[in-house]
Ligand binder design. Structure first.
Ligand code: UT7
Length: 333
């Protein structure tokens, strides 16, 4: 029997208009452009400013781009998986809201919470559905409106995050391209270092949780940084090793964009020069689940059929992982 793999056959992306620059942050908290650039690599991030707009409003244009490019009838979409930690509401799922708004009336779907690894975990899940042979068209989204949960008086966290969305279409492939291997990990011991304290069943929203700022991202940056450097580099090197991929074989590294120094450490471990690494952190900052699909979106014009691509992420949970893809089409761009 021919082996089915899941191929990415289209990519879409969206970032909101508003640019929150380092210079504007200097007017909000005690920080400076030089510190932010040298410690993180970020110059600006995009923010969804309009009231009444949510993660689904970021994701829908990304998915619509795919629908337009592939001339896809939304009724053909089987499933929508949304990696996010900033869903429109705790329930129902953002996937449900997106499906309704784009007219994907035959699709089921769900949100997947894995913080910065949300896109990788969602991609692996979507690929598994395709490999069963029962699903022909699965949309995988990575989206976060981090500005909804960032404390803009906390200089240690507000400088890194931004808003954005990216999406891919997965379809079955029989030509040995597509998603070929993955190493995904999680470790609940990391929960203390990166989390949102309230709003869940442990500490439901109350006046006390709001006044003590428990609905914002809490991050112990240094500890997360240390784990991220080791975790992301380890799985990236391991996925190369176990698939006999040399640094010459790898066309692109697509790293989660949390901090330029974490990206550099991963690329160094893989023996890759900078020109093989997708980097847009300077313009978008850390958009959590959206960083990796946003890179694919921006670089899609350069991707060729057969390119070996390694996606890698590390984030809250802790969660981390790497995925090896053999790219499935020559770009029409
Ligand atoms: O996305 C997935 C998970 N997240 C990550 O991967 C993020 C990992 N962590 C990081 O990227 C870094 O830890 C940060 C960028 C968040 C912080 O950088 P750092 O180099 O770890 O800084 P730090 O927290 O150790 O602080 C160093 C110094 C401190 O001053 P002292 O105590 O040395 O005098 C801070 O108070 O820098 C100070 N500082 C700042 N100074 C200017 C912290 N934030 C700022 C700031 N501007 N925004």
């Amino acid at each position: 029997m021919t082996k089915l793999t899941a191929a990415i056959t289209a990519v879409g992306g969206y970032v909101p208009e508003y640019r929150l620059t380092n210079q504007e942050l200097e007017t909000m908290v005690e920080t400076n452009d030089e510190w932010i650039r040298t410690r993180t690599g970020i110059k600006e991030r995009r923010i969804l400013k309009e009231k009444g707009k949510a993660s689904s409003d970021l994701a829908i244009p990304a998915v619509q781009e795919i629908i337009a490019k592939k001339n896809l009838d939304p009724l053909e979409i089987d499933c929508i998986i949304v990696g996010t930690v900033t869903p429109d509401m705790i329930f129902p799922s953002t996937a449900n809201i997106i499906a309704n708004k784009i007219g994907a009336k035959n699709a089921w779907g769900f949100d997947l919470s894995a913080a910065c690894s949300g896109f990788l975990f969602s991609l692996e899940t979507g690929a598994a559905l395709i490999e069963t042979g029962r699903y022909k068209k699965v949309i995988v989204v990575g989206v976060d409106k981090m500005s909804a949960i960032v404390d803009y008086t906390d200089r240690a966290t507000c400088i890194i995050f931004g808003d954005g969305a990216g999406a891919v279409l997965l379809e079955p492939s029989t030509d040995d391209t597509g998603i070929l291997d993955s190493i995904l990990r999680s470790d609940g011991n990391g929960v203390d270092y990166l989390h949102m304290k309230a709003g869940g069943s442990l500490e439901p929203a109350s006046i006390e949780t709001v006044t003590s700022k428990k609905h914002f991202v809490f991050q112990e940056g240094k500890t997360v940084f240390k784990h991220a450097v080791a975790g992301m580099a380890d799985v990236s090197a391991e996925i190369m090793q176990r698939n006999n991929l040399s640094s010459d074989d790898v066309a692109w590294l697509v790293p989660h964009q949390a901090n330029m120094r974490i990206i550099d450490a991963t690329a160094n471990r893989m023996g890759l020069s900078k020109d093989k690494v997708m980097i847009n952190i300077e313009r978008y900052g850390n958009t959590t689940a959206a960083t990796i699909p946003l890179c694919l979106w921006e670089w899609q014009g350069k991707l060729k059929k057969g390119d070996n691509i390694v996606l890698a992420a590390f984030g809250g949970g802790f969660t981390w992982g790497a995925i090896w893809i053999k790219w499935s089409y020559d770009s029409q761009m």
